[in-house]
Design a binder for this molecule. Structure first.
Ligand code: HEC
Length: 102
C-alpha cells in the first residue's frame, strides 16, 4: 500500500489537469457574461439556441428598446421558451450591461 500511494496524487493531478484543459477548450465556445443580477436567467434563456457571443457582439448597436424587440423576436419568430415574467429581468440586464446607449 505504501508503495502505490504516491502514484495516486500523480494520477489525480493528471485527471484534473486534463479536465481543466477540456473546460478551457469548451470555454472558448461560450463567453462569460457580466456578473450582475439577471445573468443566470439571461444565460439560461439565451444560450439554448446560439452562442452568447451574440450579446456583446450586438451591444454597440443596441439599446433598451432594441433589446426588447430582439427578445420578442427570439420568442415570436424562433420560439424561444422564455417566460413572460422573466422578460423584464433579462431586458434590464441587457439594457444595463450590453447597450451602447438609451
Ligand atoms: C429558440 C431559439 C433561440 C433562443 C432561445 C434565443 N435565440 Fe437569439 N437567435 C435565434 C436565431 C435562430 C437567430 C438568427 C439566426 C442566427 O444567426 O443564429 C438568433 C439571433 C440572435 C441575435 C442576432 C441578431 C438577430 O436578431 O438575428 C441576437 C442579438 C440574439 N439572437 C439575442 C438573443 C437573446 C438576447 C436571447 C435570450 C433572451 C436569445 N437570442 C434567445 C434563436 C434563438
Amino acid at each position: 500500500m505504501k508503495r502505490i500511494r504516491p502514484v495516486i496524487p500523480a494520477v489525480l493531478t493528471l485527471i484534473l489537469a486534463s479536465a481543466a484543459a477540456f473546460a478551457a477548450a469548451a470555454g472558448e465556445e461560450t463567453i462569460t457574461l457580466a456578473d450582475a443580477p439577471g445573468r443566470e436567467l439571461t444565460v439560461a434563456s439565451c444560450a439554448v439556441c446560439h452562442s452568447l457571443d451574440y450579446l456583446p457582439m450586438n451591444a454597440a448597436v443596441m439599446n433598451r428598446a432594441a433589446w426588447e424587440k430582439s427578445i420578442h423576436k427570439m420568442i415570436d419568430k424562433f420560439g424561444a421558451p422564455i417566460d413572460a415574467a422573466n422578460i423584464p429581468v433579462i431586458l434590464d440586464y441587457l439594457a444595463l450591461h450590453y447597450s451602447a446607449g438609451s
